[in-house]
Design a protein around this ligand. Structure first.
Ligand code: BV8
Ligand code: ZN
Length: 238
Protein backbone atom coordinates (compact mmCIF):
# COMPACT_ATOMS: atom_id res chain seq x y z
CA UNK A 1 0.00 0.00 0.00
CA UNK A 2 2.87 2.36 0.77
CA UNK A 3 4.45 1.50 -2.60
CA UNK A 4 1.10 2.30 -4.29
CA UNK A 5 1.12 5.75 -2.63
CA UNK A 6 4.79 6.35 -3.54
CA UNK A 7 3.98 5.36 -7.12
CA UNK A 8 1.07 7.82 -7.26
CA UNK A 9 3.23 10.59 -5.79
CA UNK A 10 6.07 10.02 -8.28
CA UNK A 11 4.01 11.60 -11.06
CA UNK A 12 2.41 14.32 -8.88
CA UNK A 13 3.19 18.03 -9.19
CA UNK A 14 0.65 19.54 -6.81
CA UNK A 15 -0.16 17.85 -3.48
CA UNK A 16 -2.99 19.09 -1.24
CA UNK A 17 -3.46 17.81 2.32
CA UNK A 18 -6.65 18.03 4.41
CA UNK A 19 -5.81 17.43 8.07
CA UNK A 20 -7.94 16.94 11.17
CA UNK A 21 -7.38 16.37 14.87
CA UNK A 22 -5.68 13.02 14.23
CA UNK A 23 -2.78 14.95 12.66
CA UNK A 24 -2.21 16.76 15.96
CA UNK A 25 -2.90 13.74 18.18
CA UNK A 26 0.75 12.65 17.91
CA UNK A 27 1.79 16.08 19.18
CA UNK A 28 -0.25 15.45 22.32
CA UNK A 29 -3.25 17.59 21.32
CA UNK A 30 -6.34 15.55 22.22
CA UNK A 31 -8.58 14.83 19.25
CA UNK A 32 -11.77 16.82 19.26
CA UNK A 33 -13.94 13.85 20.13
CA UNK A 34 -11.88 12.88 23.15
CA UNK A 35 -10.91 16.41 24.16
CA UNK A 36 -13.63 15.99 26.76
CA UNK A 37 -11.48 15.13 29.76
CA UNK A 38 -12.54 15.98 33.30
CA UNK A 39 -15.54 18.24 33.77
CA UNK A 40 -16.18 18.34 30.05
CA UNK A 41 -17.02 14.64 29.79
CA UNK A 42 -20.75 15.35 30.03
CA UNK A 43 -20.70 17.89 27.17
CA UNK A 44 -20.36 17.19 23.46
CA UNK A 45 -18.03 19.56 21.55
CA UNK A 46 -20.99 20.49 19.40
CA UNK A 47 -22.69 21.82 22.56
CA UNK A 48 -19.70 23.80 23.79
CA UNK A 49 -18.21 25.21 20.57
CA UNK A 50 -21.31 27.23 19.63
CA UNK A 51 -22.37 30.91 19.81
CA UNK A 52 -25.39 29.83 21.87
CA UNK A 53 -23.24 28.15 24.54
CA UNK A 54 -21.03 31.26 24.70
CA UNK A 55 -24.01 33.60 24.96
CA UNK A 56 -25.55 31.45 27.68
CA UNK A 57 -22.43 30.97 29.81
CA UNK A 58 -19.32 32.74 28.50
CA UNK A 59 -17.26 31.91 31.59
CA UNK A 60 -17.95 28.18 31.23
CA UNK A 61 -16.98 28.20 27.54
CA UNK A 62 -13.91 30.33 28.29
CA UNK A 63 -12.82 27.80 30.95
CA UNK A 64 -12.73 25.12 28.24
CA UNK A 65 -10.78 27.33 25.83
CA UNK A 66 -8.39 28.55 28.58
CA UNK A 67 -7.53 24.90 29.34
CA UNK A 68 -6.97 24.11 25.64
CA UNK A 69 -4.95 27.32 25.09
CA UNK A 70 -2.73 26.56 28.10
CA UNK A 71 -2.05 23.08 26.67
CA UNK A 72 -1.03 24.60 23.33
CA UNK A 73 1.98 26.22 25.00
CA UNK A 74 3.37 22.74 25.77
CA UNK A 75 2.98 20.96 22.40
CA UNK A 76 5.17 21.01 19.30
CA UNK A 77 4.91 19.70 15.70
CA UNK A 78 5.76 15.99 15.22
CA UNK A 79 7.69 14.34 12.36
CA UNK A 80 4.50 14.05 10.29
CA UNK A 81 4.09 17.84 10.28
CA UNK A 82 7.81 18.21 9.46
CA UNK A 83 7.65 15.74 6.55
CA UNK A 84 4.71 17.64 4.99
CA UNK A 85 6.72 20.86 5.34
CA UNK A 86 9.79 19.22 3.73
CA UNK A 87 7.66 18.09 0.75
CA UNK A 88 7.58 21.72 -0.36
CA UNK A 89 11.07 21.06 -1.70
CA UNK A 90 9.91 17.93 -3.54
CA UNK A 91 6.71 19.07 -5.22
CA UNK A 92 5.81 22.17 -7.22
CA UNK A 93 3.17 23.07 -4.60
CA UNK A 94 2.03 21.60 -1.28
CA UNK A 95 -1.17 23.16 0.14
CA UNK A 96 -2.25 22.25 3.68
CA UNK A 97 -5.96 22.68 4.46
CA UNK A 98 -6.52 22.12 8.16
CA UNK A 99 -9.50 21.89 10.49
CA UNK A 100 -7.08 22.12 13.40
CA UNK A 101 -6.84 25.35 15.38
CA UNK A 102 -3.41 24.69 16.94
CA UNK A 103 -1.10 26.30 14.35
CA UNK A 104 1.22 23.25 14.29
CA UNK A 105 1.52 23.09 10.46
CA UNK A 106 2.74 26.72 10.47
CA UNK A 107 5.24 25.97 13.24
CA UNK A 108 6.57 22.95 11.28
CA UNK A 109 7.38 25.29 8.37
CA UNK A 110 4.56 24.66 5.89
CA UNK A 111 4.24 27.77 3.72
CA UNK A 112 0.67 27.39 2.42
CA UNK A 113 -1.65 26.63 5.35
CA UNK A 114 -5.40 27.24 4.99
CA UNK A 115 -7.05 27.30 8.44
CA UNK A 116 -10.75 26.58 7.97
CA UNK A 117 -11.74 26.84 11.63
CA UNK A 118 -9.54 29.67 12.91
CA UNK A 119 -6.86 29.62 15.60
CA UNK A 120 -6.92 28.90 19.33
CA UNK A 121 -4.15 31.50 19.91
CA UNK A 122 -6.28 34.29 18.41
CA UNK A 123 -8.91 36.23 20.36
CA UNK A 124 -11.47 38.57 18.81
CA UNK A 125 -13.62 41.33 20.30
CA UNK A 126 -17.37 40.63 20.05
CA UNK A 127 -17.88 44.40 19.85
CA UNK A 128 -15.30 46.12 17.67
CA UNK A 129 -13.94 42.96 16.02
CA UNK A 130 -10.32 43.76 16.97
CA UNK A 131 -8.18 40.59 16.81
CA UNK A 132 -5.06 39.72 18.81
CA UNK A 133 -2.76 36.70 18.59
CA UNK A 134 -1.76 35.71 22.13
CA UNK A 135 -1.57 32.55 24.21
CA UNK A 136 -1.41 34.35 27.56
CA UNK A 137 -4.07 33.46 30.13
CA UNK A 138 -6.64 36.23 29.71
CA UNK A 139 -8.68 35.26 32.78
CA UNK A 140 -12.25 33.92 33.16
CA UNK A 141 -14.13 36.61 31.21
CA UNK A 142 -11.67 38.73 29.17
CA UNK A 143 -12.60 42.16 27.82
CA UNK A 144 -11.32 44.29 24.93
CA UNK A 145 -10.01 47.84 25.53
CA UNK A 146 -13.38 48.97 24.14
CA UNK A 147 -14.99 47.19 27.09
CA UNK A 148 -16.77 44.49 25.11
CA UNK A 149 -16.26 40.74 25.70
CA UNK A 150 -13.45 38.87 23.90
CA UNK A 151 -14.11 35.45 22.28
CA UNK A 152 -11.79 32.70 20.97
CA UNK A 153 -10.76 33.31 17.34
CA UNK A 154 -12.21 30.01 16.17
CA UNK A 155 -15.23 29.10 13.98
CA UNK A 156 -18.06 27.65 16.08
CA UNK A 157 -20.73 25.22 14.89
CA UNK A 158 -23.42 27.14 13.07
CA UNK A 159 -20.95 29.89 12.07
CA UNK A 160 -19.78 30.52 8.53
CA UNK A 161 -16.21 29.62 7.68
CA UNK A 162 -13.96 32.59 6.79
CA UNK A 163 -15.04 33.06 3.12
CA UNK A 164 -11.49 33.51 1.80
CA UNK A 165 -10.34 30.36 3.62
CA UNK A 166 -12.98 28.10 2.10
CA UNK A 167 -12.44 29.60 -1.37
CA UNK A 168 -8.69 28.98 -1.04
CA UNK A 169 -9.41 25.43 0.11
CA UNK A 170 -11.60 24.76 -2.92
CA UNK A 171 -8.95 26.18 -5.27
CA UNK A 172 -6.20 24.03 -3.71
CA UNK A 173 -8.49 20.99 -3.88
CA UNK A 174 -9.31 21.49 -7.57
CA UNK A 175 -5.70 22.24 -8.51
CA UNK A 176 -4.09 19.16 -6.99
CA UNK A 177 -3.02 15.84 -8.52
CA UNK A 178 -3.03 14.07 -5.12
CA UNK A 179 -5.32 14.85 -2.16
CA UNK A 180 -4.34 13.46 1.26
CA UNK A 181 -7.01 13.23 3.97
CA UNK A 182 -5.18 12.79 7.27
CA UNK A 183 -6.62 12.24 10.75
CA UNK A 184 -10.18 13.41 10.30
CA UNK A 185 -13.39 11.55 11.12
CA UNK A 186 -14.98 13.23 8.11
CA UNK A 187 -18.06 14.36 10.05
CA UNK A 188 -17.81 18.14 10.13
CA UNK A 189 -19.01 20.04 7.07
CA UNK A 190 -18.10 21.71 4.81
CA UNK A 191 -14.51 20.50 5.44
CA UNK A 192 -15.46 16.87 4.91
CA UNK A 193 -16.86 17.58 1.44
CA UNK A 194 -13.45 18.60 0.06
CA UNK A 195 -12.50 14.96 -0.61
CA UNK A 196 -15.49 14.66 -2.98
CA UNK A 197 -14.36 17.84 -4.76
CA UNK A 198 -10.85 16.40 -5.09
CA UNK A 199 -12.14 13.20 -6.66
CA UNK A 200 -14.48 15.09 -8.97
CA UNK A 201 -11.50 17.19 -10.05
CA UNK A 202 -9.60 14.05 -11.06
CA UNK A 203 -7.18 13.90 -8.10
CA UNK A 204 -6.14 10.63 -6.46
CA UNK A 205 -7.44 10.56 -2.89
CA UNK A 206 -5.26 9.00 -0.17
CA UNK A 207 -6.64 8.65 3.36
CA UNK A 208 -4.41 8.11 6.41
CA UNK A 209 -6.43 7.10 9.47
CA UNK A 210 -6.24 4.04 11.76
CA UNK A 211 -10.05 3.82 11.46
CA UNK A 212 -12.30 3.82 8.39
CA UNK A 213 -14.41 6.98 7.92
CA UNK A 214 -17.16 8.14 5.50
CA UNK A 215 -14.29 9.28 3.25
CA UNK A 216 -12.72 5.79 3.00
CA UNK A 217 -15.33 4.74 0.43
CA UNK A 218 -14.12 7.35 -2.08
CA UNK A 219 -10.38 7.04 -1.38
CA UNK A 220 -8.06 5.43 -3.94
CA UNK A 221 -5.92 4.22 -1.03
CA UNK A 222 -6.73 4.00 2.71
CA UNK A 223 -3.67 3.52 4.93
CA UNK A 224 -4.99 2.16 8.26
CA UNK A 225 -2.07 3.71 10.12
CA UNK A 226 -1.15 6.57 12.46
CA UNK A 227 -0.02 9.54 10.37
CA UNK A 228 3.54 9.98 11.72
CA UNK A 229 4.42 6.40 10.80
CA UNK A 230 2.60 6.47 7.45
CA UNK A 231 4.16 9.76 6.32
CA UNK A 232 7.64 8.55 7.35
CA UNK A 233 7.20 5.32 5.36
CA UNK A 234 5.97 7.24 2.28
CA UNK A 235 8.77 9.80 2.58
CA UNK A 236 11.33 6.97 2.76
CA UNK A 237 10.02 5.53 -0.50
CA UNK A 238 10.11 8.84 -2.42
C1 BV8 B 1 -21.17 25.85 8.56
C2 BV8 B 1 -13.26 25.06 15.94
C3 BV8 B 1 -22.59 27.11 7.17
C4 BV8 B 1 -13.82 25.22 17.31
C5 BV8 B 1 -14.67 23.36 14.87
C6 BV8 B 1 -26.38 18.53 10.00
C7 BV8 B 1 -25.83 17.77 9.00
C8 BV8 B 1 -24.65 18.16 8.36
C9 BV8 B 1 -24.01 19.35 8.74
C10 BV8 B 1 -24.57 20.08 9.75
C11 BV8 B 1 -25.73 19.68 10.38
N1 BV8 B 1 -26.03 20.60 11.32
C12 BV8 B 1 -25.08 21.57 11.31
C13 BV8 B 1 -24.21 21.27 10.34
C14 BV8 B 1 -23.06 22.04 9.94
C15 BV8 B 1 -21.97 21.86 11.00
C16 BV8 B 1 -21.54 20.41 11.11
O1 BV8 B 1 -20.81 19.91 10.28
N2 BV8 B 1 -21.97 19.74 12.19
C17 BV8 B 1 -21.58 18.35 12.40
C18 BV8 B 1 -21.46 18.11 13.91
C19 BV8 B 1 -22.63 17.46 11.76
N3 BV8 B 1 -20.88 22.64 10.49
C20 BV8 B 1 -20.82 23.95 10.81
O2 BV8 B 1 -21.59 24.51 11.58
C21 BV8 B 1 -19.72 24.74 10.12
N4 BV8 B 1 -20.29 25.93 9.57
O3 BV8 B 1 -21.61 24.81 8.15
O4 BV8 B 1 -21.51 27.09 8.05
C22 BV8 B 1 -23.77 27.21 8.08
C23 BV8 B 1 -23.98 28.41 8.74
C24 BV8 B 1 -25.08 28.49 9.59
C25 BV8 B 1 -25.94 27.39 9.80
C26 BV8 B 1 -25.66 26.16 9.15
C27 BV8 B 1 -24.58 26.06 8.29
C28 BV8 B 1 -18.65 25.16 11.12
C29 BV8 B 1 -17.95 23.94 11.66
C30 BV8 B 1 -16.72 24.39 12.44
C31 BV8 B 1 -16.85 23.94 13.88
N5 BV8 B 1 -15.58 24.25 14.59
N6 BV8 B 1 -13.50 23.69 15.46
C32 BV8 B 1 -12.97 24.53 18.35
O5 BV8 B 1 -11.97 23.87 17.99
O6 BV8 B 1 -13.29 24.67 19.54
S1 BV8 B 1 -14.95 21.76 14.45
C33 BV8 B 1 -13.83 20.77 15.26
O7 BV8 B 1 -14.36 19.46 15.24
C34 BV8 B 1 -12.51 20.63 14.53
O8 BV8 B 1 -12.08 21.84 13.99
C35 BV8 B 1 -12.78 19.59 13.48
O9 BV8 B 1 -13.32 20.17 12.33
C36 BV8 B 1 -13.86 18.78 14.14
C37 BV8 B 1 -13.26 17.50 14.69
O10 BV8 B 1 -13.19 16.68 13.63
P1 BV8 B 1 -11.79 15.94 13.34
O11 BV8 B 1 -10.72 16.95 13.10
O12 BV8 B 1 -12.11 14.99 12.27
O13 BV8 B 1 -11.41 15.20 14.69
P2 BV8 B 1 -12.13 13.94 15.34
O14 BV8 B 1 -11.71 13.93 16.77
O15 BV8 B 1 -13.58 13.94 14.98
O16 BV8 B 1 -11.48 12.70 14.56
C38 BV8 B 1 -10.11 12.44 14.72
C39 BV8 B 1 -9.77 11.41 13.66
O17 BV8 B 1 -8.37 11.19 13.68
C40 BV8 B 1 -10.45 10.06 13.91
O18 BV8 B 1 -10.98 9.58 12.69
C41 BV8 B 1 -9.30 9.17 14.38
O19 BV8 B 1 -9.45 7.84 13.93
C42 BV8 B 1 -8.12 9.80 13.69
N7 BV8 B 1 -6.83 9.63 14.38
C43 BV8 B 1 -6.61 9.56 15.72
N8 BV8 B 1 -5.27 9.45 15.95
C44 BV8 B 1 -4.66 9.48 14.72
C45 BV8 B 1 -5.65 9.59 13.73
N9 BV8 B 1 -5.37 9.63 12.42
C46 BV8 B 1 -4.06 9.56 12.07
N10 BV8 B 1 -3.05 9.46 12.96
C47 BV8 B 1 -3.31 9.42 14.29
N11 BV8 B 1 -2.30 9.30 15.18
ZN1 ZN C 1 -13.34 45.83 21.15
Amino acid sequence: MIERVVDILRSARIVTVSSGAGMSAESGVETFRDAQTGVWTKFRPEDLATPEAFARDPRFVWDWYRARRAKLGEVRPHRGHEILAAWQQRFERVAIITQNVDGLHHRAGSGEVIELHGRLDVVRCTGCGHERQTLEDLGPDPRCDCGQRLRPGVVWFGEMLPPDAFEAAQEATEACDVFFVIGTSGVVQPAASLADFARAGGARVIEINPDPTPITAIADVHLPMRCGEALAAIDQGL
